[in-house]
Ligand binder design. Structure first.
Ligand SMILES: Cc1cc2nc3c(=O)[nH]c(=O)nc-3n(C[C@H](O)[C@H](O)[C@H](O)COP(=O)(O)O)c2cc1C
Length: 291
């Protein structure tokens, strides 16, 4: 229950809260409820379509989402002044960023409905993904936000693959489980962009475009996951056999001669967060100081 003085206090704090909106929008906002309505966030997100702010959207709402299909993040440059503002106060930023990175976990169990304003969080996360380091600036990442139909097609395909290797009942069980996952984002890497500027399309070539574009896409996925995590949305990066079956590309809507899957990113409100994995190696095992 809010006491009698609380509304006055909130009014007094409002300008303060508003002036720090840009910082909160810098993907360090720990609360999913604080970041969605900030105007600074809208400066960051260059979506050409307004995002829905419906609360507690059920999974099926993905199908009618205005951002369904290819994510519609525009090409507008992020305002340099906004980036400068977001990078203010390096000490406290460092604490938040480090905490956010160490606290992210792969989530296995999600609530069945997406949290309020999930779309604006997802758009912010895709904006973060698009700012991943990227040699030759090929911008090789593409994002597919799956709606009800495409999700159903992917789940059915996966069930078929599971059934053929582990039996009908295993396939049905997998289908049931996958259909409960509320958020689906497929990230692909475009093949051959950047060819002709020094990089060949050969994964075996360590300086070729193929390997560097895949590396950039992996950085993009991590940016995306960290951004969502900072807003209370958990993720799981998955790369099962289904992702590399030609029918998966058909179900999602991309061409295998143009793009390949980097991962399916499941997202939603975590039902529980696993403990951090026990690391086999310590700093001394992985860090060699070279004179
Ligand atoms: C490229 C890639 C693919 C992954 N694919 C799967 C997967 O198919 N299934 C799965 O359970 N986890 C998958 N993961 C998540 C890892 O299992 C997870 O990151 C690892 O267990 C460490 O846990 P943490 O993310 O909580 O630190 C994948 C991670 C990466 C980077």
């Amino acid at each position: 229950m809010i006491g009698g003085r609380a509304p006055l206090l909130l009014l007094a704090l409002l300008p303060l809260v508003q002036s720090s909106a840009a910082v909160r929008a810098a993907f360090i906002a720990p609360s999913p409820t604080t970041a969605s309505s900030s105007s600074a966030r809208r400066e960051l997100i260059t979506s050409t379509t307004p995002s829905s702010s419906s609360s507690s959207s059920p999974p099926s709402s993905l199908a009618s989402s205005p951002t369904m299909g290819k994510a519609r993040i525009g090409r507008k440059r992020m305002d340099a002044a906004v980036i400068v503002r977001l990078n203010a106060r390096p000490q406290s930023r460092s604490r938040h960023v480090q905490g956010n990175m160490l606290g992210r976990r792969t989530i296995n169990d999600f609530e069945t409905t997406l949290p309020p304003r999930w779309e604006s969080s997802l758009e912010a996360a895709i904006a973060a993904a698009m700012h991943a380091p990227n040699h030759r600036r090929t911008e090789p990442w593409r994002f597919y936000l799956l709606g009800e139909k495409s999700r159903g097609r992917v789940c059915a395909l996966n069930a078929e693959l599971v059934a053929s290797s582990r039996g009908e009942e295993a396939g049905r069980e997998k289908f049931r489980r996958w259909m409960c996952i509320p958020g689906w984002l497929v990230v692909t890497c475009v093949k051959k962009v950047g060819d002709g500027d020094g990089g060949g399309w050969d994964m075996a070539d360590p300086t070729g475009t193929a390997r560097e574009d895949y590396a950039a896409c992996c950085c993009a996925v991590q940016n995306l996951c960290l951004s969502l995590h900072s807003r209370g949305i958990g993720t799981k990066w998955t790369t099962g056999a289904v992702n590399f079956d030609g029918r998966f590309a058909d179900a999602v809507g991309f061409r295998t001669d143009e793009e390949y899957t980097v991962g399916t990113i499941w997202f939603g409100t975590p039902l529980r967060t696993p403990s951090p994995p026990v690391k086999k190696l310590g700093l001394e095992d992985v860090l060699t100081r070279v004179d």
